[in-house]
Design a protein around this ligand. Sequence first.
Ligand code: AMZ
Length: 291
Amino acid sequence: MTFTILPAVDVRHGQAVQLVQGVDGTQKVFGSPLEAALRWQNEGATWLHLVNLDAAFGDEDSQAIVASVVAGVTMNVELTGGIRDDATLEAALATGCARVNIGTAAVENPSWVKRVLARYGERIAISVDVRGSELASRGWTERSDLALDPFLVSMAEAGCSRFVVTDVARDGMLGGPNLDLLAHVALLTNAKVTASGGVTTAADVRALTQLATVGVDSAIIGTALYLGHVTLDEALTMASDIAVGPKVDPRTARRMTGEVPFVSVGEEVAGASEGTVGHTGVGLVANGEGR
Ligand code: AMZ
């Protein structure tokens, strides 16, 4: 497996859009969602990150549109937005998407999410939308009091095999990803990490691939692709020779086994002040003291 690039198609009011820091009304509009998706497919994408923003904001029903996008492409689709109960989950899975991401429900209704993680395994990833040190939900209009690290550990213990991590403040800002946050999340548990928010240049993709050994195996690119800051071909080329294998703990140089969490909860969680996103640093040879 090589490092995966997922172009994003975010659907708002029937159009493919890109928002700035997720704020409704800031969107640049890029036409039909299916046409946008097919463009990325034709340019070589094997995965699509498809966001039902209307459902994430909770003010419009766009299920038929996202279902038609899934049906109209041959790429693997990661479908997300508004999946918060059995009905919305079943509808999302029934589109034929490869994977769904759940954000709001993971903070508001963790017992339900743990149940569906146990049932659906790798078809479900948890969307970790972080603003500062807090989890954002409901279209990023609300914040949760949950401390990040215990939240991540509990989801991993419940069987979450992937966190899709977005630094909300960087999303749409074209300023590069939050490598510290991504490394921090990757080091905390066995789960793989998909990077999102701020990925702008081929150099950003290269920097992310350097986190592949700790479990960052993929990146979502949105605004930068639509505005041409990086072409999909450049991003795919940058990612193509990066082999993604088992995670390696940089502190022990050992391959990770199936044990969760990656390091002991006490060490990780006690080492960070509550609710704080630690600064792991990208060198990643520290023993946790730098957090
Ligand atoms: O841009 C936003 N305001 C926004 C956005 N992109 N709000 C939510 N989302 C995405 C999350 C995740 O992929 O990054 O929607 C999904 C989460 O939806 P929910 O309904 O599960 O919280």
